[in-house]
Design a protein around this ligand. Structure first.
Ligand SMILES: NC(=O)c1ccc[n+]([C@@H]2O[C@H](COP(=O)([O-])OP(=O)(O)OC[C@H]3O[C@@H](n4cnc5c(N)ncnc54)[C@H](O)[C@@H]3O)[C@@H](O)[C@H]2O)c1
Length: 335
């Protein structure tokens, strides 16, 4: 009887070579949404070890289980807003996968790129179901690590897009990302200098900034009828008027209920201006066809995606399977 426990370690470079394509990542995230809708997933609430008041950062702990893949795992991800001053990414993650029958560790891998890809892919899923079919213009707030993944996944899901606008308080970041998108995708992309310019006439708006406190970047009066807005993370860039005239969908209702007070839409919930009953659907209900997506060209949709550990486990499992197939990674022994 082999009573050793061995696992594979995958560093960031190895993970990079094993990632699914944008299209495949979109399919993986879609299947995660479906798994939740069919009670084929377990997702304990993510929780944070909060050192914001001491060091300006926190450690998020995000476990998940997927029955169809028969895999369990956990992502541990830190977020330190001022890391760019030290030349480090704001967010750094590791994903651990475990055998469901014995609990033995199977793989420890970098989770930073997986986080970026699955987050962009969730926006891609939203754009697929909620963007108007003739969408031509997309505006993006934030040109940080996750931004190129949002842009690429939107372009994969909505091939009619012809123009990309990017705003970032660090202007050179927006400029460089626009050049990268033009080079890689052969599409018109440019930096803009005002919040209004990002939003006006845009068929899709994506918010992915990292700010020390909530601040309105997207005003209701600028938003084009029929716009699809993907608000990721804490969802703290939107005018509080916007949810009142929009249809809101979420990646996962339970996770969204546990957002920090004072952040995102929480003041609206705290003051009972909206309740969770006002949220139209979980993405799983949309992908599974239990609720309709867009029925007219005027309705504004907001997708609030907090990010869920099962997306990381599913994408990490894909990477792990590829590593086994291709013989990549360092085999390590626990005992
Ligand atoms: N929902 C999810 O699953 C998920 C996953 C990953 C990241 N996120 C969120 O996405 C956001 C971006 O993540 P990231 O890893 O790209 O962060 P990052 O730190 O790499 O980049 C953030 C960017 O936002 C810019 N920014 C800060 N204030 C701004 C403002 N007022 N206007 C415009 N731009 C501004 C910064 O200059 C920076 O370029 C974060 O809020 C993060 O929490 C969500």
């Amino acid at each position: 009887m082999d009573n050793h426990v061995d696992f594979i370690y995958l560093n960031m470079n190895e993970v990079k070579g094993l990632l699914p394509s944008y299209q495949d990542a979109i399919k993986i995230v879609e299947s995660v949404f479906v798994a939740h809708d069919e009670n084929m997933a377990i997702l304990p609430n993510k929780f944070a070890l909060d050192l914001e008041h001491i060091y300006g950062g926190h450690l998020n702990i995000m476990p998940g289980y997927l029955a169809d893949l028969d895999i369990q795992g956990i992502k541990l991800i830190t977020a330190y807003i001022n890391n760019w001053e030290k030349g480090l990414p704001s967010a750094m993650a590791m994903i651990n996968l475990y055998d469901t029958k014995t609990g033995a560790i199977l793989c420890i891998m970098d989770g930073s790129l997986i986080t970026l890809l699955r987050t962009g892919a969730a926006t891609g899923v939203g754009a697929k179901y909620f963007a108007n079919k003739n969408s031509k213009v997309a505006g993006f707030f934030g040109a940080g690590a996750v931004a190129p993944y949002h842009i690429n996944c939107v372009l994969e899901s909505v091939p009619s897009i012809e123009e990309i606008k990017i705003f970032d308080i660090r202007e050179e970041q927006a400029e460089n990302l626009a050049l990268q998108i033009m080079r890689e995708r052969g599409i018109k992309a440019y930096k803009v200098s005002t919040h209004e310019h990002v939003v006006r006439d845009s068929d899709i708006v994506v918010t992915a900034t990292r700010m020390p406190k909530p601040s309105t970047l997207v005003k209701k009066e600028w938003v084009k009828p029929g716009c699809f807005i993907a608000a990721t993370g804490q969802c703290y860039e939107l005018d509080y008027e916007l949810p009142l005239c929009s249809t809101i969908v979420v990646d996962n209702m339970e996770q969204c209920k546990h957002v920090h007070s004072g952040w995102g839409f929480s003041p609206l919930f705290d003051n009972k201006i909206i309740t969770f009953d006002d949220i139209y659907a979980d993405m799983g209900q949309i992908v599974n066809g239990k609720k309709t997506s867009r029925t007219n060209e005027e309705e504004i949709f907001i997708m609030w995606a907090r990010g869920i550990g099962t997306e990381d486990v599913a994408t990490g499992y894909y990477v792990y399977q590829e590593a086994l197939k291709q013989g990549i990674g360092t085999k390590l022994r626990v005992f």
